[in-house]
Design a protein around this ligand. Structure first.
Ligand code: CU
Length: 94
């Protein structure tokens, strides 16, 4: 194996690892959320969270008192999502 081939092999391997690290940045979290009473509340929370850049999907569930969010962790933090829930008028603790 000559030096060029070796170098290309290394570059190729590194780019595959970098690609995997990229896709691993999408996270799914379930946030316990209190104060929702109906589907209207769910829609309010979902609409607020969808405004944030980096949100892939959001599902609020007033029956089970939780919000499930899928987000790009390079663009948005879980803290920001939680703050949006609070700003919408709901609580993270009972
Ligand atoms: Cu409601």
């Amino acid at each position: 194996m000559n030096k060029i081939t070796l170098l290309l092999t290394i570059l190729f391997t590194v780019s595959i690892f970098a690609g995997n690290a990229e896709s691993a940045k999408i996270r799914t979290k379930v946030i316990p959320t209190y104060g929702m009473h109906c589907s209207g509340c769910e829609e309010t929370i979902e609409a607020e969270i969808k405004k944030i850049e980096g949100i892939k999907s959001v599902k609020a569930d007033h029956v089970n008192k939780k919000v499930t969010v899928k987000y790009d962790d390079k663009k948005v933090t879980l803290e920001k999502v939680k703050q949006a829930i609070i700003d919408a008028g709901y609580k993270l603790t009972e």
